[in-house]
Write a protein that binds this ligand. Structure first.
Ligand code: F0G
Length: 435
């Protein structure tokens, strides 16, 4: 199977060897993607092989990424792969959340079940494998927290040095502590995500450090498997909608690419529609898709949201995201801080839980159903991107009624569940419990 890097821009499409260390097209500056020759196996043979691998004890087969290696064939062999058994995340039925969203049924694909608690692990195992294949020693990323947690773990497991750049004071503690624990050199920069990424893109090149932000096409290849695994778990029945939060828009790009490629090789018959949900204070992609001219994104200079994972005003992958949302007849919606907080509490009450950015999905569904864009009988899969323990401060503040939005307004704990302090007295506790 031939594998190459190709410029994503329609007017360029220049090709480069898969082993070139580039993050943008050297000819036109466009985004890059991995492209492959024809698949040798038939779709039915691939489905059968992937299903059989679930019974295997081979680490590669146990990974929910590498199990689908024929779908991401950028390596000549598997020798550089380091797996922490990423992927393998469940589809969870959530009747309470479905009712809240206005749907008859809703299923969450919970990427928070990953080894470092977010969907980033799917892409990171691929990005780190490529770094090893290229002989890199140091890897770097700028992150709102999850990419860095994931990169720290995979790089350390692979014997590489992780260097992490974070927006100082703007990442959830659950994520920061992962970077420290997994041994990353952690730099907290006094700037926002977009400003740091602009800096580090050039710095990494100058210092010869391999950049593992989602601009790296191999990360996107790994994240494609989230959609493949979902289809495999659904016995290849396409949902009507796939709903996901949008930040830097790497995941939107990956899901769109995966679904198109699955359709093109006959694994699925039709494309589900993508619904990308942004936080209202950080919604440049929403604004772009509302306008008539989709060729230029106006960045949000000071993005704001308590969902710090998606606090991004200048998303790098927007050209790919425009293409994928358009190709899937998708939509982009935005939701408020209050809507995210309440939706998150409902996902919690469902016994599932997630971090704030992930809850934008349910808040968005509720809006799309109310507007009539999404039918109440639609078959919907929403992707929860991160684990509830990523941001415990947010959770505690919400339930105790002290969560404040970035503009200083109070978030109302509509579904709050504060703890009660009681004396060590059996009688009083019994009375409190209604006896
Ligand atoms: N949800 C979570 C939990 C995230 O961490 C991110 C992105 C997103 C959604 C948005 O995904 O960027 O592909 O559109 N987090 C990145 C990070 C930016 O650095 O961890 P996207």
């Amino acid at each position: 199977m031939t594998a190459e890097l190709a410029c994503f821009e329609e007017r360029c499409r220049a090709r480069f060897p898969i082993t070139e260390v580039i993050y943008n097209c050297p000819r036109c500056g466009g985004l890059l993607e991995a492209v492959y020759g024809d698949h040798e196996a038939s779709p039915e043979a691939l489905k059968k092989r992937w299903r059989e691998r679930r019974l295997s004890n081979d680490p590669l087969d146990q990974s929910g990424v590498w199990r689908y290696r024929e779908f991401i064939p950028f390596l000549p062999d598997a020798s550089p792969v380091v797996t922490l058994r990423e992927g393998c995340t469940p589809l969870l039925d959530a009747p309470l959340a479905a009712r809240y969203g206005g749907l008859r049924r809703l299923v969450f694909k919970h990427q928070g079940f990953n080894p470092t608690g977010s969907f980033k692990d799917n892409g990171m195992t691929c990005g780190v494998a490529q770094a090893l294949r290229l002989g890199m020693q140091r890897v770097a990323c700028v992150s709102t927290g999850n990419t860095s947690a994931s990169m720290a773990a995979y790089a350390s497991a692979a014997g590489l040095q992780p260097v992490i750049f974070l927006p100082h004071g703007n990442i959830a503690h659950g994520k920061l502590v992962q970077a420290l624990e997994y041994g990353a050199r952690t730099l907290q920069v006094e700037a926002n995500f977009d400003q740091i990424l602009a800096l580090v893109r050039h710095l990494a090149e100058r210092l010869g450090i391999y950049l593992l932000n989602s601009i790296n096409p191999f990360r996107i290849e790994g994240q494609k498997t989230i959609m493949v695994e979902m289809m495999d778990q659904r016995d290849w029945r396409e949902p009507d909608w796939v709903v996901l939060p949008g930040g830097n828009l790497g995941n939107t790009s990956a899901f769109g690419k995966a679904l198109r490629e699955m359709r093109d090789i006959g694994l699925i018959g039709r494309l589900p529609r993508l619904a990308v949900i942004q936080a209202a204070g950080s919604a440049p992609f929403y604004e772009l898709m509302q306008g008539a001219d989709r060729t230029r994104l106006s960045k949000v200079e000071d993005p704001e949201t308590l969902a710090t994972a998606i606090k991004i005003g200048d998303p790098v992958s927007w050209p790919k995201a425009v293409y994928e949302v358009t190709a899937s007849a998708g939509v982009v919606e935005r939701v408020t801080e209050q809507e995210i907080a309440d939706a998150k509490a409902i996902i919690g009450q469902s016994g599932i839980g997630c971090e704030p950015a992930s809850a934008a999905t349910l808040a968005g569904i509720r809006k799309l159903v109310a507007a009539g864009t999404m039918d109440q009988n639609a078959d919907v899969v929403a992707v929860l991107t991160g684990n509830v323990l990523k941001d415990p401060d947010y959770v505690y503040r919400y339930h105790t009624g002290v969560l404040e939005a970035p503009d200083g307004s109070q978030i109302v704990a509509n579904h709050g569940n504060p703890p009660t302090v009681v004396p060590c007295d059996g009688e009083q506790i019994a009375r409190l419990l209604g006896h």
